[in-house]
Each structure stands twice: as C-alpha cells, then as structure tokens.
Design a binder for this molecule. Structure first.
Ligand SMILES: NC(=O)c1ccc[n+]([C@@H]2O[C@H](COP(=O)([O-])OP(=O)(O)OC[C@H]3O[C@@H](n4cnc5c(N)ncnc54)[C@H](O)[C@@H]3O)[C@@H](O)[C@H]2O)c1
Length: 513
C-alpha cells in the first residue's frame, strides 16, 4: 500500500483523509482522493507547512455563482477554484468562463458526492433559503464555509450552523464584508473606551428594497428556460410553478426564498451595533410595516428590539438598550446635533446612530466612516486586529481573512471576525426582526425565549390574520376595495417561521447537543 504513494506527503494526505472518512457522518458517497489533476491537501495539512508552494492553496468549490458568488470567488482567486455549481447555467456563464478548469455542476449534492475528497472549503452565495442545507452538509463533511448573508433563512438553521461549526472545528465566515473593515474596529475601540458613554438607543436604516416587495403571487403560467433547473432552485422550499420574477435576484422579496429588505441589509448595517454593544439575544421585539401579505415582504418596515443589560466592560456600562430598525425609505428622527442637509443615505446603503450619554456616533453601512456628532475625534490607540486592505465595503479582504483562517489549524486558529460563533447569534437577531414583521397582526410586543427558540406570549388559540390579496378599483367614479385575508394558528405559524418544514427529500443534519 505504502509503495503506491510517491512521497511522504501523499501518505499523510491518505491517512488524514481515511480518518475523516471513517468519522464523517455523511449522506454522500466517499469520493476518490484525486480529481482533474488537482492534488488534495486538506486545510490542516497545509497549515503546518509554512511555505507557499502552489499545493498550499485551498481547493474551493463555489455554489451559487451567478451574482455575488462570482465576486466572492474572484476575491478567492488566489486559491484553486476546483468546482462550480449553479442551477442557472446561463446566468453563471461569466463565472464558468473565469474559472474554466473547475468542474461544473447543477446540483451541489452531486458535487459533494463526486468531489468530496477534492475540495477543502465551499463558498455559498445562493438564495437565502438554501444557505443552511448546503452549509450544514458541507460542515458535516469537514469543509470550511464562506456563506453569504443573511447566514440563514430561519432561526433554527442559524442555531444549527453555529453548533455545527463548533463541532466540526471548521473555519467559517458570513459574507458581510464590512465586518472586516477598519470602520467597525475603530468604532468598537471608541465605544469600549467610553468615548460616547453608555448607549440606550440605537437607530439603523436602509432605503432597500430596491427590488419588488409587497407583491402577490403571480398567476401567469411560464415555462422555465432550459438553462435553469427550477426544482433545484426551489430546493427545500415548497414547490411552486416557475415564474421569471423569482430568480435571479428578485427572490429576496419573496418569503419562501428571501428575508426582505431587513434580512438583506440588516446583517451589514446592524453588524457594528451587534459587535460594539455585545448585544446577544433580544428579549422583546415589535414590528410595524406597510401591508404584509402571505407571499412577499412589505415595502417598508420598522422594528424595535429590546436587549437586556449585558456585562459591563472596564470603561463602559452596558445597560438595557433599544435598537430601532427602519427600511423602505423611512428614516429615524434626526438627532439635534446632525447638521442640516446631511444625507443619511449618503453612502447609498444605510447607516446607524448610537445615542450615547456623552456623545452621539454615526456611521455608514457596515460601520464605514464612524464619527461623533460633536465633531470631537477620539484619541484611542488602535488595538483590534486590522485586516490588510479592508477599507469600506469592498470584496476581497473579508474572503482572504477567511482563507487565512482555513489554513490555520483549529487549535491555534484566529477566526475570521464574522465566524459563525459570532454571526450565527447575530443572524438570529436579524431574523427575529423579520418575524416581528410577519407576526405583527398579533398587535403585541413579542417576548422571546432565545434558549428555547420560542415566543413566550403567544397562546395556543391566537390567530394571525394576513392579507392574501388586495385590490383597488375605481368603478363609476367610486373607489372599491377588495382585501382578502387568511387566518392561521399563530403558534403554529410562528413555529414554522422559526423552523421550516423542508420539502420531502431535503434534510438538515441533526442539531448537535
Ligand atoms: N455581501 C454582499 O454585499 C452581498 C451582495 C449581494 C448579495 N449577497 C448575498 O448573496 C446571496 C446571493 O445573492 P445574489 O444577489 O448573488 O443573488 P442572484 O440571484 O443574483 O445569484 C444567486 C445565484 O445562485 C444560484 N442558485 C440559486 N439557488 C441555487 C442552488 N440551490 N444551487 C446552486 N446555485 C443556486 C442562482 O442561479 C444564481 O446564479 C444572497 O444570500 C445575498 O443576500 C450579498
């Protein structure tokens, strides 16, 4: 057996891969060690070598590569991009062309089956509803994961990914690239140094959606193009007929696939708030919006989160804090010190304001360009780790910091700062905001038991009343309204939003203890 190996390194690879395969709980077939001429070097073997031979590169598989995933893979092109998977091969073509040597797939499950031994890590940038099932299965196979934001479509999925990342000791990163930027680090250093005093109110906003929301399900029948596998796009969600309005891009606004403007932008804009104030889980939330229907997110939303007091820091008290979210163009009331004429949407994405007892801090999306409204510039020596080249909202450094972490051994790894231990609970906060919107017809502030992932003040006989269709016509000069509603048991509906029932044939790995 030993003679089969040309050098000692391949022997090490063989032993490690054998051990992985023995211990791996996998639904997939074991694959060959080599594929398409690529040498397989698992991440923890690479980490010990300390030189930069070509084989030190990670082998990365990309899933969902037609939109943001293409930019993410370009940001990872220092490595071997060995596999590409997309359900829409026309939309994916530019990415296929950029990485012509990568094997191409429609179905990530087949790719995982056939290439299991040939990649170390995955980049996932599909629509939100398929993030969890892909990432969870990849981590169960011992693969590192770069996963776009929002991390998941449901709170249960976020909890699962957080626990699986811990269990399998893989390097993870949510794709909120502002998180690697200098702005959020500077802002944390200032706030933790007591520069704005204790914070009891935060306001955060975006002008999104810039895609259709507030829509009813289309009734027009369309045929899916031959370049798109509609069934695979649907994945674990309930099957519905194809319509061109859903993919690419516009899936964001549809409840079955996306999380609306809040889920889309919350993971960028609230990141500095979650990080600087060490928020953890909220205990109360309340949502309000323009008309919500059963199909798609409303056009504009506000949510108020109440967080209990957290552990004080040396120079900063952490009292209970309220975080207010606004989207769809609604902006917070302007603080007195905000100069007249200053445009809160100047960066085109959104921002947030921390109201401290001593000063007020404002920043753009992802913590970009923090400044105090008093005009004072704090004199705090930077001490948090800076990511090379990470300024503003750019792609590349955030991906590269994850690649660095992938190559370090689990025992001594410096995780990327949006690793799932951080971004999992943060993503749960964002998704709770989405639930506050979906449950608003209960007309109450919802109380949240984070440990058990359930609301504690919805009783078993309460009903949700949600619009199914809404029409307005003028007939003979008179306005006619026709609004139809569906009613649902509120506890059951909330339970389904928190933990989805997957379509038959689609499953998540078990939740680790
Ligand atoms: N960090 C950022 O700045 C940023 C920006 C845009 C999008 N995103 C995130 O990236 C993800 C993708 O968004 P997008 O704008 O690129 O959407 P998109 O619709 O433009 O692209 C998604 C791609 O995934 C493919 N896809 C969908 N389901 C798939 C599946 N099951 N298997 C394989 N491929 C599948 C689609 O065909 C498409 O090519 C979302 O989670 C979104 O929130 C992040």
């Amino acid at each position: 057996m030993v003679q089969e190996y040309k050098n000692q390194r391949n022997l090490i690879v063989h032993i490690i891969m054998s051990n992985i395969n023995k211990s791996r709980r996998t639904f997939l077939k074991k694959a060959a060690l080599t594929s398409a001429g690529i040498t397989i070097v698992p991440n923890f073997t690479v980490s010990g070598l300390g030189h930069k031979a070509p084989s030190d590169k990670l082998n990365i598989a990309g899933i969902g590569i037609g939109g943001k995933g293409h930019a993410n893979l370009s940001g990872m092109s220092t490595e071997n991009i060995v596999g590409l998977c997309d359900v829409d091969w026309k939309y994916a073509e530019p990415c296929f062309n950029e990485f012509p040597k990568a094997r191409r797939y429609w179905d990530w499950r087949r790719m995982f089956d056939e290439m299991a031994g040939s990649f170390d890590a995955v980049m996932v940038a599909t629509a939100d509803h398929t993030h969890a099932v892909i990432a969870a299965n990849a981590m169960t196979m011992g693969k590192h994961v770069y996963l776009q934001k929002p991390l998941t479509h449901s709170i249960y999925e976020a909890r699962l990914l957080t626990k699986l990342a811990d269990k399998h000791k893989v390097a993870t990163q949510m794709g909120n690239q502002g998180n690697s930027g200098g702005g959020v680090r500077q802002l944390c250093e200032w706030i933790w140094n007591g520069e704005i005093g204790e914070v009891k109110e935060v306001h955060a906003w975006t002008d999104r959606p810039i895609w259709p929301q507030g829509l009813q399900r289309p009734t027009e029948i369309m045929t899916s193009p031959s370049t798109l596998n509609w069934d695979l796009f649907i994945g674990p969600a309930p099957l519905r007929p194809f319509h061109e309005i859903y993919t690419p891009w516009n899936w964001r606004g549809w409840w079955d696939f996306g999380t609306g403007a809040f889920g889309d932008m919350g993971c960028h804009i609230l990141d500095p708030v979650y990080q600087a104030l060490r928020l953890g889980y909220p205990d109360k939330i309340h949502g309000s919006s323009t008309m919500v229907n059963t199909e798609s997110a409303p056009q504009a939303e506000t949510v108020e989160f109440a967080f209990p007091a957290r552990e004080n820091m040396e120079k900063l008290k952490m009292p209970a804090v309220k975080v207010h979210w606004y989207d769809g163009g609604i902006l917070p009331v302007r603080p007195d010190l905000l100069p007249e004429g200053e445009n809160l949407m100047a960066d085109g994405l959104g921002g947030c304001i921390f109201e401290g007892s001593v000063d007020t801090l404002i920043c753009g999306c992802g913590g970009f360009n923090p400044r105090l409204l008093s005009g004072r510039v704090p004199d705090v020596k930077p001490y948090l780790r800076r990511i090379p080249g990470a300024t503003g909202y750019i792609d590349g450094p955030h991906e590269q910091d994850w690649i660095r972490a992938c190559k370090e051994s689990p025992e001594s790894r410096v995780e990327g700062t949006s690793n799932f231990e951080y971004s999992g609970p943060f993503n749960e906060m964002v998704l709770l905001g989405v639930l506050a919107i979906r449950l608003q017809s209960l007309n109450k502030t919802l109380k949240w038991d984070a440990g058990n992932m359930q609301f504690t003040n919805i009783s078993s006989n309460e009903e949700l009343r949600i619009v199914t269709s809404d029409e307005f016509k003028v007939i003979n000069g008179h306005p006619h309204f026709n609004t139809q509603y569906a009613t649902f048991n509120a506890l059951e509906a909330a339970g389904g939003y928190i933990r989805h029932n997957y379509r038959e044939g689609w499953n998540l790995p078990d939740m680790p203890e």
